[in-house]
Design a protein around this ligand. Structure first.
Ligand code: DX5
Ligand code: ZN
Length: 218
């Protein structure tokens, strides 16, 4: 499988969201990454359900919803109704992670687990079979435009091994500070999906930048 690109609308122009979503529709993007922040789990507030619904209304690509919120299990149905195709909940916010992942799958969605930079990959050993996607944070969640944490490469390799050992088909998604310089190394380490916010939306030609990320060979 060739790798997938998931531009993050956190870096879009919110006053021109429809325009930016339509740009993504025309691009080589595979998913639209939607970052939900509650100001409690992370020290920032992004947007919530009505904005997710508005994105969905115009989107021709699946919504990859990343919940950076406390008690994510209380909002699974609502984000399903708001158009999510994948929902990722944070390991660190989920004392009953296994149950939450099942609830996501029961709604016919893909179940994701997001892990913070300090969270050891080995903690996923007992849920990897229930996980369609691991959203590995390569910055501390809460803000776009941060510097990529180099330790991520080693974590990707470790996770790739864990997935292979269990013969699972879980995708590895990298989220934070992704650009054209680290993309080849991430893909070589075993990443399947690259999220990119600022690198895409702050570039002169976002469609071309998405194409560049899609064309990375390794
Ligand atoms: C960070 C978010 C990311 C963010 C990525 O908390 O989860 O998805 O939008 O943005 P960049 O690519 O600018 O780091
Ligand atoms: Zn994200």
């Amino acid at each position: 499988m060739s790798h997938l690109i998931a531009p993050s609308v956190l870096a879009a122009d919110f006053a021109n969201l429809q325009r930016d979503v339509e740009m993504l529709n025309e691009s080589q993007a595979d998913y639209i990454h939607v970052d939900i922040m509650d100001g409690i789990f992370v020290p920032n507030i992004s947007f919530g359900l009505p904005v997710c619904e508005a994105i969905y209304k115009h989107a021709k690509k699946p919504l990859d919803v990343h919940l950076m919120i406390e008690k994510p299990e209380n909002y699974i149905q609502a984000f399903h109704d708001a158009g999510a195709a994948t929902i990722s909940v944070h390991y660190e916010a989920s004392p009953h992670l296994h149950r939450t992942l099942q609830a996501i799958r029961d709604l016919g969605l893909r179940a994701g687990v997001a892990i913070n930079p300090h969270t050891n990959v080995s903690l996923l050993e007992n849920v990897i079979q229930n996980t369609d996607l691991v959203c590995m944070m390569s910055v501390n969640p809460g803000f776009g435009g941060q510097k990529f944490i180099e330790q991520t490469y080693a974590k990707v390799r470790q996770l790739k091994e864990l997935i292979a050992d269990q013969n699972a088909s879980t995708l590895i998604e990298i989220d934070g500070g992704v650009n054209i310089d680290n993309a080849p190394k991430l893909l070589e380490a075993g990443a399947d999906v690259l999220v990119a916010g600022n690198f895409v939306f702050k570039s002169e030609n976002p469609i071309h930048t998405i194409q560049e990320l899609k064309d990375v060979s390794y």
